[in-house]
Design a protein around this ligand. Structure first.
Ligand SMILES: *[C@@H]1O[C@H](CO)[C@@H](O)[C@H](O)[C@H]1NC(C)=O
Ligand SMILES: *[C@@H]1O[C@H](CO)[C@@H](O)[C@H](O)[C@H]1NC(C)=O
Length: 235
């Protein structure tokens, strides 16, 4: 990336009375209006990239390259910063999603080729390779994760809590799609917390999860009494 980005530094200094003790206050701010893109500097407002098949442009906006979606919003669906035309399928995930006039609609159930595991009730487990067992403990456990660290990039965690005076039951479960998108589900499965903010899963169709006006790269929908989440991590 080029180092020719233009930084505009503002320095304002205000001096108090010329006589007596002098009070100086300085305020330094940096305003970046141009963007660096593909090793060149582009002006604010300039389109740097076009992807007509997805009705998408990338535009320089006060120093940041942002996506701009074109076309009829009713005829396209958004996922992970890209726009898909009506009829297009979101492939490569465990459930095939199709873009319709009403937004994303899941096509079928979890794909047979997709490995899945489950934890349910007073926790019973079925592992990715089909092994069944029970485990009763009170802790926040990692159920699945994308790497072997203690703080994985993406994962599913579940807090087991006491119930029926004996063994443990599933409490709050957390889906970390990536570090900026952490979704948790409690006993009311359609009312999620997205980075701590409440979010209700739509009654029909699937939509990208939003909180505080930010759109996250996770689609959420209802399937019977369950909430389904499909994230960019593919977990
Ligand atoms: C980036 O710059 C190279 C060389 O100038 C050019 O061939 C390429 O098409 C540019 N890529 C984009 C996305 O603009
Ligand atoms: C369990 O651990 C995960 C991962 O560290 C965290 O995001 C989540 O908030 C924890 N759950 C509870 C109920 O504390």
């Amino acid at each position: 990336m080029s180092m020719r980005c233009v930084l505009l530094a503002l320095l304002t200094a205000a001096a108090a009375q010329p006589e007596g003790p002098r009070l100086i206050s300085a305020n330094v701010g940096i305003i970046q209006v141009d963007c660096c893109f593909n090793d060149t500097v582009v002006d604010h407002g300039q389109v740097v990239f076009n992807l007509p098949s997805k009705c998408l442009q990338l535009v320089c906006n006060y120093g940041k390259i942002i996506p701009r979606f074109l076309g009829d919003p009713g005829r396209s669906c958004e996922f992970d910063g890209l726009l898909y035309a009506e009829g297009a399928e979101l492939a490569g995930h465990c459930v095939v999603m199709q873009c319709t006039r009403k937004g994303w609609i899941p096509r079928g159930d979890i794909d047979d080729c997709c490995k899945h595991c489950s934890v349910y009730d007073d926790p019973h487990f079925v592992t990715f390779d089909g092994y069944r067992y029970d485990w009763h403990g009170y802790c926040n456990y990692s159920v699945a994760q994308t790497d072997r660290t203690y703080n994985p990039e993406a994962g599913v965690f579940s807090d087991f809590e006491p119930c029926f005076g004996g063994p443990s039951c599933l409490g709050r479960s957390t889906f970390k799609d990536h570090k900026h998108t952490v979704i948790s589900l409690g006993h009311s499965v359609f009312n999620l917390l997205v980075n701590g903010d409440p979010y209700a899963v739509p009654l029909v169709g699937a939509e990208p999860v939003r909180c505080s006006s930010k759109v996250h790269p996770v689609l959420a929908w209802r399937n019977g009494q369950c909430t389904m989440l499909l994230g960019s991590s593919k977990l």
